[in-house]
Design a protein. Structure first.
Length: 329
């Protein structure tokens, strides 16, 4: 019996690699993969839906769905998760020394609808008491001028937000025209000026552990989406793909646990895996809706408050009915 051929665009992750190589197979499916930078995948997916399956920004996907654009269907497969208190950058000689110092300041973001920025602004508002209206927001490319919003956003009343199409955020920060940057991709100052840009939190990992311990939020950056036509013609692919992505991820974690040989060129990987399990539970990188509901619902609340989502949404709104319950034997 012939398999259904589906194209897939995704970044190069160890926890997806076994699926791309064929070591793990999705039953009844033959994948034709393209391994590309995430920015390129997001742009081509948002505007052209070039692949049957692709990695996608959580913020852009939820923004489109909230506006009634249902050309893409989500799978609760989350290839990228990153705590984002490490993504706050300031000048080493500037006046911003704590989150509270951002009140009345100018803060750069690559896009209002960048997932990392949604989480960071949510943390500022809910944990630090720095409201959206307390800051003047400047949008632009982090290290290259000319970046623009890719989805429509509805800014809340009172929010000050302006584009900077001619200059990068890094240049603005170095010249004192903005006071901080919230960005997933770090600023890259020119030679001789690298030390002028620093993270707001030197020990950001400790801050992020404390944040997770208080809120249970482990930020999801990206998910896998399907073209609606591909899913509608073969609804069974959702469950088979979720199972296969999960098997590939579990195999990657098993490599981390292996103390007999070095699967990764860094020491103490098995100890890192054990530490993650102690903090996050038996599966430190869960897929599916139920295990991620706290994070997804928090993100959707932040996104609606910030005008990225145009209407209130819940985690179940993002995925097909087939994904709402796990099969138990």
């Amino acid at each position: 019996m012939s398999k259904l051929t589906l194209s897939l665009a995704v970044n190069d992750y160890d926890h997806v690699r076994d699926l791309l190589s064929g070591r793990v197979a999705a039953e009844g499916i033959e994948l034709v993969p393209s391994v590309l930078p995430v920015e390129e995948i997001f742009y081509r997916t948002t505007h052209f839906q070039e692949w049957d399956l692709s990695e996608m920004s959580l913020a852009k996907y939820t923004a489109l769905r909230s506006q009634g654009d249902d050309r893409l269907i989500g799978l609760p497969v989350f290839p990228s998760r990153v705590f984002r208190l490490s993504s706050l950058y300031v000048r080493s000689d500037g006046s911003v020394r704590s989150p509270a110092d951002l009140r009345g300041k100018r803060v750069g973001v690559p896009e209002w609808a960048q997932t990392a920025a949604v989480y960071s602004r949510g943390w500022l508002a809910h944990e630090q008491g720095v409201a959206l209206e307390d800051v003047e927001w400047v949008q632009g490319g982090v290290n290259q001028a000319g970046r623009r919003e890719k989805v429509d956003v509805q800014l809340p009343a009172g929010v000050r937000y302006r584009p900077s199409p001619e200059r990068s955020l890094t240049a603005l920060l170095l010249d004192g025209e903005i006071d901080a940057i919230l960005s997933a991709r770090p600023p890259a100052p020119p030679p001789g000026r690298q030390g002028e840009v620093v993270r707001l939190f030197k020990d950001f990992a400790a801050e992020e552990r404390a944040y997770f311990g208080k809120t249970g939020i482990f930020p999801i950056m990206h998910l896998i989406v399907m073209r609606r036509e591909a899913f509608a013609a073969n609804r069974w692919i959702a469950g088979n793909l979720l199972k296969a992505f999960s098997q590939a991820k579990d195999a990657s974690i098993a490599r981390l646990d292996d103390i007999t040989c070095s699967h990764f060129p860094l020491p103490w990987m098995s100890e890192h895996a054990a530490s993650a399990r102690a903090m996050f539970g038996a599966d430190p990188w869960p897929y599916g809706i139920a295990a991620n509901r706290t994070t997804l619902d928090a993100f959707l609340r932040f996104a609606f408050e910030q005008g990225v989502c145009h209407r209130p949404m819940q985690a179940d709104d993002l995925f097909p009915a087939e994904m709402h319950a796990a099969v138990r034997v």
